[in-house]
Design a protein around this ligand. Structure first.
Ligand SMILES: [Zn+2]
Length: 427
């Protein structure tokens, strides 16, 4: 078919509910000793933060992406991607291979002209999007096992990459598992007898090869809602959407749930393919700034890349600029708080059930900025910064005199930290 060239339809922010994750038995103590050689080539390596904008964006909203290492955008065009590049951000273009509106041009195609692309349910009707309760009420699901749909997807990917994108953000990586298209004579399958998890992975393999043909620095991030083993190896990173805070609920996740995700995905996030933890801010009873620092801190402690889709607005804007450098070791679990040191700073959260007081050696770190207050810490007569936090707080402290480079590139400092010497805890 001849693809018509149109802008992508405006896309709403969405979330996906997660099932309980069974924790792996491995510990974060292995975190820095199990790095595999393959990670060195991951284009998301050393990306400390990323973000995204759905829907229409203009010069004003795009300004938010200035110096953001990575931004996901939904309206691709040559000029707009070039504009984003000039602001210092790499652009991953939004797309989905899961669903489409039946009667509107979307991603350069009109699904109603291609019934052979659509998933067929066991009762013979077209597959219905899981977002049917939203404004995408009539959207149908697409079959990755369809010859015609596979061909279309690869043409779409080429079109998007030809616009100068740095890669793709592939949303809704949760295909309908079963398609009965062949049984109802609607279409034949590329992989007869195989389900759509298999077919979708094979499609991602082809998409990955095509994207990487534009350069090994091009990246693919997929969003299954919560990371899936099924997509390991066919993307550069996966999204964990609605991390701790979401528009879909008004309380933070429990500490146990946060730790479960850390145990499940923390190691692979730092050694293989990063997890992008997207928190939607402004929907709890907490101050947005408090939720911003809490979710940011937990992402850093867990080895995830934090994002908030700019929902934190001015309350989180200073976090967008923070660069801590690389971790010097795994997270430490202490009495009442969790702590992790980085080459250029320190990240802490307190337990949801109790606060904590701890000390930072002022000799090791003569200049320490509390990013939350924007002020320098002041040491006491004993040569320590004494820090007291209430329960459920997240903080990041940076060592500006030691952090030589604030960028997404690897940070070099004059000396490594000695955690057990520089940190003294008491309660
Ligand atoms: Zn099918």
């Amino acid at each position: 078919m001849v693809l018509s060239i149109t802008s992508l339809t405006q896309l709403p922010v969405r979330s996906w509910r997660f099932s309980t994750i069974k924790a792996l038995s491995c510990t974060l103590a292995l975190l820095l000793t199990t790095a595999c050689a393959g990670y060195a080539s991951n284009p998301l390596k050393n990306t400390e933060i990323c973000n995204g904008i759905y829907g229409n964006w203009n010069n004003t909203t795009l300004e938010q992406t200035r110096d953001m290492p990575l931004t996901m955008l939904s309206h691709p065009s040559v000029s707009s991607i070039a504009m984003a590049h000039n602001l210092g951000t790499r652009v991953l273009t939004y797309c989905t291979f899961y669903q489409a509106p039946p009667n509107a041009v979307y991603q350069n195609a009109l699904a109603s002209e291609h019934p052979d692309w659509v998933c067929v349910q066991p009762n013979g009707t077209f597959g219905i999007s899981v977002f049917a309760h939203t404004n995408e009420s009539s959207w149908v699901t697409m079959c990755p096992n369809s010859f015609g749909y596979r061909s279309y997807v690869l043409k779409l990917v080429k079109f998007l990459m030809d616009q100068g994108a740095d890669g793709l953000f592939i949303d809704n990586a949760h295909p309908d598992i079963v398609c009965e298209g062949p049984r109802f004579g609607m279409h034949q399958h590329i992989y007869p007898g195989q389900g759509n998890i298999y077919a979708y992975r094979k499609l991602l393999e082809e998409v990955q090869a095509l994207v990487k043909s534009y350069g090994q620095d091009k990246a693919i991030v997929v969003n299954p809602g919560a990371p899936q083993d099924s997509w390991t190896g066919v993307c550069d990173g996966q999204m964990l959407e609605s991390y701790i805070c979401s528009w879909d609920w008004n309380n933070r996740w429990t500490e146990d749930k946060i730790l479960d995700y850390q145990k499940q995905w923390g190691v692979s996030s730092e050694t293989d393919a990063p997890i992008i933890a997207l928190s939607y801010l402004g929907f709890t009873r907490n101050a947005i700034r408090d939720d911003a620092f809490y979710t940011y801190a937990w992402a850093k402690l867990s080895g995830f890349i934090w994002a908030d889709w700019f929902t934190g607005k001015t309350a989180a804007s200073d976090l967008y600029k923070v660069r801590t450098g690389q971790p010097t070791g795994p997270m430490q679990t202490l009495n009442g708080y969790y702590l992790r040191e980085f080459t250029g700073g320190l990240v802490v959260t307190t337990s949801q059930s109790k606060g904590a007081t701890f000390r930072l050696d002022a000799i090791d770190h003569p200049t320490v900025t509390d990013v939350y207050t924007g002020k320098l810490l002041r040491s006491n007569r004993s040569g320590y910064y004494e820090i007291t936090l209430k329960s459920g707080q997240g903080r990041v402290y940076t060592y500006p005199s030691e952090l030589k480079v604030a960028s997404n590139h690897r940070t070099k400092v004059n000396r490594s930290l000695a955690p057990h010497r520089s940190i003294l805890a008491f309660y």
